[in-house]
Design a binder for this molecule. Sequence first.
Ligand code: DGL
Length: 264
Amino acid sequence: MADDRPILMFDSGVGGLSVLAPTRALLPAASYVYVADNGGFPYGTKSEAEIAARVPALLGRLVERHRPRLVTIACNTASTIVLAAVRAALDLPVVGTVPAIKPAAEQSVTRAFGVLGTDATVRQPYVDDLSARFAADCLVLRHGSARLVELAEAKLRGDRTYVDDYRAVLSGLLDQPGGERIDTVVLACTHFPLVAEELAAAAPRPLRFVDGGPGIARRIAHLTQGQCWPKAPSGEAVFTAPIETSDALRSALASHSLDRLSIL
Ligand code: DGL
């Protein structure tokens, strides 16, 4: 029997596409509704109270409208602040995105790694907890960058971005005391894997970049194991405010099989 319920993925912008890609690779038969809260973008410079006032209510509306089988908050900022509240409010599985500190601690040879996220994410106690639990023997340096979120949005819109911009972002991390020991960088914002190549090209030495996308995809596959899928899988991108979609953005969305666009 076919089951038309989609998987709903939520982010402030295009960042969640870095979670959608590995998920679709594991679950190609699923339908996806990808939501970009461009009306609330950016999240990373907002207060905890602003995120808490916006995200659970918005997800409630989206779930009512799209009736998904599962919700993924494909955004570190929202997840580290409101995951528990969203889980309590919704009567379906909710998968969150948390900084990939555990895999970074497993992979770092120098026992020093960086966490690159939004300002809101890197100040969360959640990051302290993960560091204490999984990286107690490591130096963990953090840097929040709103600029890198903008650069990822610009790249997907088709705007040109420059190596110096990426270099400046990395300096915020690598130039901290002990930063010269860093061999691994956690991309703790879903926007950042979209510019991983640019970051690697701007880095002063080879760095290993890790993100949560593949782990989240495996978690979604586990939670939906044994379920039926739609006869004809579909993909829809939903924006929460009017947006001028450039050709580049439309083709980026289409490359993730998001062929239909709508405004909430
Ligand atoms: N993509 C989001 C994250 O993972 C937030 C970016 C933003 O809106 O500042 O944190």
